[in-house]
Design a protein around this ligand. Structure first.
Ligand code: URA
Ligand code: SF4
Length: 208
């Protein structure tokens, strides 16, 4: 199967990982995307937030969560009392997957399980470099990448779960993806945002 493993340097810090990830060809997604969007944030962060994959804006900027979903996430973090500058933000899959009809804007396409598995060695290396106390899995793709098939967003969101793959005492918290909140109908959006904030408050409680 496809894998990033052979591209991941051993015992590397975030800067070395980012440099190596720029050359990853662990699955075919590198071919059509603009660039690798590696994680970003403090190496000393106690909270690691994991999204799905970069979107159109992130693909162009080379940084995670700088588009509309990122703005919503910023607002949720602020409402929950979490400082974005003190978090580490990354994605389950580090290249933008999209479809493009001629003359149309690029349309986000969900990464496959194969892409999630291929890219997981980068996530594992990020755990080792950051050693987060809490990993926040935003949406089903992140849940799959971080926790496997055992948990589901709706059933398991907003509580502290064991996350030994991120560190002996690490925990995970599941929540919804900010993009899903943006897609929600107008009358459901406030409630969906409030639920994300509520899940993030569980994270705040765990690190304080
Ligand atoms: N959605 C994600 O999952 N990650 C990003 O970086 C942006 C949008
Ligand atoms: Fe490598 Fe992940 Fe990009 Fe695939 S999506 S090429 S595994 S960085």
């Amino acid at each position: 199967p496809e894998s990033a493993a052979e591209f991941v340097p051993e015992d590397a810090d975030l800067a070395a990982l980012r440099t190596a990830a720029a050359g990853c060809r662990g699955c075919e997604l590198y071919r059509d995307a603009t660039q690798t969007v590696f994680g970003d944030g403090a190496a000393a962060a106690r909270v690691m937030l994991v999204g799905e994959q970069p979107g159109d804006k992130e693909d162009r900027a080379g940084e995670p969560f700088v588009g509309p979903a990122g703005r919503l996430l910023d607002r949720a973090l602020a409402d929950a009392g979490l400082d974005r500058d003190r978090c580490y933000l990354t994605n389950a899959v580090k290249h933008f997957r999209f479809t493009r009809a001629p003359g149309k804007p690029r349309l986000h396409k969900k990464p496959s399980v194969g892409h999630i598995n291929a890219c997981r060695p980068w996530l594992t290396a990020e755990y080792a470099a950051v050693r987060p106390a809490v990993v926040v899995a935003l949406g089903a793709t992140a849940v799959r990448a971080v926790l496997g098939t055992r948990y589901k967003v709706t059933a398991d969101r907003g509580r502290l779960l064991p996350c030994p793959q991120a560190g002996a005492d690490a925990r995970a918290v599941i929540s919804t993806h900010p993009s899903a909140i943006l897609r929600a109908p107008d009358d459901a959006r406030d409630e969906a945002l409030a639920a994300l904030v509520s899940d993030l408050r569980v994270v705040v409680t765990a690190i304080n």
